[in-house]
Design a binder for this molecule. Structure first.
Ligand SMILES: NC(=O)c1ccc[n+]([C@@H]2O[C@H](COP(=O)([O-])OP(=O)(O)OC[C@H]3O[C@@H](n4cnc5c(N)ncnc54)[C@H](O)[C@@H]3O)[C@@H](O)[C@H]2O)c1
Length: 438
């Protein structure tokens, strides 16, 4: 099957390489010439474990090609997938300009019959409007197939998703059949529904995960105040089949999806006149969490952070990605620098992507030990293996008193850190007891 993927970011690049890997003939389109060049060379411009070999294999076989939108001469084939970005506007609404531009391009390009698959996350109701307004007089069928992959595990999630949600007109059997055949080779159950429900499923998934994070963070705040351990609480919750898999307390969610999608859903509610108190609270709790390290440092160092040397360990919003969109590190570092602290940061992959968004006087280290050297405080914001399994004994020797460590991901072993002489503080880890399971 011939498939065109429009928009080659975290989702589109993985989708293009993924469809090529199961035997389709894929053309990837973007408007960013540097992204196209990098992909043509088999060197994805983003760090995602497993993506590079998958792109290289497709390019080598000739089943995966890339072209700039203005230079793409080929017809689009059987299926065109929109995977462009839907960033937030200042009001919180999803900005659909990239989607609209991709849609206009498809229409200008392809007068033949075609199935248009929307993979970008668009607010509920968008697909229905596109069908009614934009596709009324053209032979293009519209199917919503939202994407659920996680950055840092995108290739594995692509190959083994929990489910493939397909939203369409149920009477359009030809399009449904095409979508099913495109996904043959991916072992996952299909869930068929209408377009607007598929769009809502995507938002509800992200909003629910964000809610769980804000919930455990609120419990963590209570744990700190009563002297309980949120580690024990969340571990026990995860053993109850009704409450779901384990979730960790910390400095809150970030990244390109959760913050923007929860805000976009809140905006949908606002414009529909529906009260959504829970979503508002989820956003507020998360905003509060992101400030925890700053408050902890101010408390520990008597209010003034001037000339305080702080190591920030982790810039990416999560491990195994170089994505820093809405990463807690950016806000924290900006606040620290504006209060006069001297910041040295370390991240195994995201230093380059973060550089242009950081104040100029922030130093970047190539090793956690270098970042922490001579620092009075260290803040862990991303639970990379390179940070969690760093040589903390050597870090203790290199840091200056009081060797304050704020573990914003509860990733380190608290008793061990105390033994090594750190003044250690986690999130909701005020309890003295350690839990054991037999
Ligand atoms: N990043 C994730 O983990 C993730 C997961 C699930 C769903 N999503 C959703 O998928 C969509 C894409 O996300 P992303 O993170 O890959 O975005 P991204 O910003 O990383 O990539 C978007 C790409 O689209 C290109 N583009 C913009 N306008 C274009 C146009 N008119 N024609 C061709 N290309 C164009 C950009 O140059 C860029 O390469 C978003 O709606 C997002 O919410 C993202």
């Amino acid at each position: 099957m011939k498939i065109t993927v429009i928009g080659l970011g975290h989702v589109g690049a993985v989708a293009a390489a993924g469809f090529a890997s199961v035997g389709h003939d894929v053309l990837g389109i973007d408007i960013d010439p540097s992204r196209i060049l990098a992909l043509q060379r088999g060197e994805p411009f983003l760090y995602e474990p497993g993506l590079q070999p998958m792109v290289q294999a497709g390019v080598r076989r000739g089943s995966l090609r890339f072209a700039h939108r203005d230079e793409a001469a080929d017809p689009l084939g059987d299926m065109a997938i929109i995977a462009t970005g839907t960033p937030p506007t200042s009001s919180g609404a999803a900005d659909l300009r990239q989607v609209r531009s991709a849609l206009d391009w498809i229409k200008s390009k392809e007068p033949r019959r075609l199935v248009l698959v929307m993979k970008s996350t668009v607010p509920p109701g968008t697909g229905r409007r596109i069908i009614e307004d934009d596709l009324r007089d053209v032979p293009i069928s519209y199917v919503s197939v939202p994407e659920f992959l996680r950055e840092g595990r995108a290739v594995a999630d692509w190959s083994f998703p929990d489910r493939i949600v397909v939203g369409s007109d149920p009477s359009d059997l030809a399009s449904l059949d095409l979508v099913k055949r495109a996904h043959a080779g991916i072992a996952a159950p299909f869930m068929f529904t209408d377009v607007t429900s598929a769009e809502m499923i995507k938002y509800a998934s992200n909003a629910f995960l964000a809610t769980r994070i804000s919930f455990i963070n609120e419990i963590a705040a209570l744990c700190d105040s009563v002297g309980a351990s949120v580690d024990a609480v969340s571990e026990a919750l995860a053993m109850d089949s009704r409450t779901g898999h384990r979730i960790f307390a910390g400095v809150g969610y970030g990244g390109s999806c959760f913050p923007k999608d929860v805000r976009a859903l809140d905006h949908v509610a606002l414009t529909s006149g529906v009260e959504v108190e829970l979503l508002r609270s989820v956003i507020n709790v998360n905003n509060r969490q992101r400030l925890l390290p700053l408050h902890a440092l101010r408390r520990r160092f008597g209010g003034s952070l001037s000339r305080l040397r702080v190591a920030v360990l982790g810039l990416a919003f999560k491990p195994n990605t170089d994505d820093v969109r809405e990463a807690p590190s950016l806000d924290l570092i900006e606040a620290l620098v504006s209060e006069g602290a001297e910041v040295c940061a370390y991240d195994p992959q995201a230093s380059e992507t973060a550089r242009e968004r950081l104040p100029e006087n922030v130093r970047l280290a190539s090793h956690p030990l270098d970042a922490a050297s001579q620092a009075q405080a260290a803040v862990i914001l991303t639970e990379w293996d390179q940070i969690v399994s760093a040589d903390w004994q050597s870090i203790a020797q290199r840091m200056m008193p009081p060797k304050f460590v704020f573990d914003g991901r509860n990733a380190l072993d608290k008793p061990q850190m105390l033994r090594l002489g750190f003044a250690y503080l986690g999130v909701g880890r005020g309890g003295a007891t350690e839990s054991t399971i037999e």
